[in-house]
Design a protein around this ligand. Sequence first.
Ligand code: SF4
Length: 337
Amino acid sequence: MLMIPEPVFSAQSTDWKRSLSESFRTIQELLEYCELDVNCVDQGSEAGFPVRVTKYYASLIEKGNPQDPLLLQVMPDSQENQRVEGYSLDAVGDISAMTVPGLIHKYHNRVLLTVTSACPVHCRYCFRRHFPYSDARLDTKVDSPVLNYLAAHTEINEVILSGGDPLMLSDRKLSELITRLNDIPHIRYLRFHSRLLSVLPDRVTDSFIQTLHQFNGKVTLVTHINHPEEISVLNQHAFKLLSKQGFQLFNQSVLLKGVNNNSNTLVKLSYKLFDSNITPYYLHKLDKVHGAAHFDLATDQTCKIYSLLLQSLPGYLVPKLVNELTGRLSKTPVQCI
Ligand code: SF4
């Protein structure tokens, strides 16, 4: 039996699906929980992208602080409704790279599967907030187009499970998918891109760990953490459990104005990740998606921050500063001179 400390928000909440069902789904609920007056927040209309926040994540938000960096990531803002030139519905060219419904093939030897549209939190800057999930339904039955594509493309050695968040799937569904991937011998690496790992640590159960061990090759977990306050004793415990089980953990962050756009915050984040057995991997410039322009930071400001990171951290704790640009064959390093 895994020894995971009780969640800080509820001494009873030990079942991850129940925890998920207790998430906040309205602005009002979230404001009340954060002890904020409805008039002190510039609420947006949710712009077709409703509020969703786990209670665990909300428990890390400072009460009574409308500028809390964790709150800003999940609270709708009226600026989301502005249309800004240069920002689009498909910021990184996912749709043109979807060779089979649910399979995005951009880079030579790795593909991404959108296994679900569901997420445990709705991040206001999300590059897939307008993604047409109904056109990207993944069918992984034997002989499905996706599995046939993977089997035919022997250059593909890595499959990335994404979404939405792949850990929203039950262990049974993950297990079925892993079984199918195990049947394709050239798929040697399996990667999960997941925000859920940090915002719902109850998800890391014995059963989940056993499910990951079913994959014949190497499993990598990529967390999505933008601010050091997103790491607590509780999710740190979950990360360490996974790492002790032999899974490699990396983190990707997005540089967000008002949230983490200063070097002290990012230095602290890198050390906290390191203390959690997670290697800082990418620091993404914001993907230019409609509704998120107010989070964007100019390249010269970005480079100033990055230069301070280089000075303040050992090289192994400096994430790569990258852009994801439509049509490119890899991530594009941001050129700072
Ligand atoms: S968890 Fe990931 S996919 Fe879901 S809203 Fe946040 S950034 Fe987007």
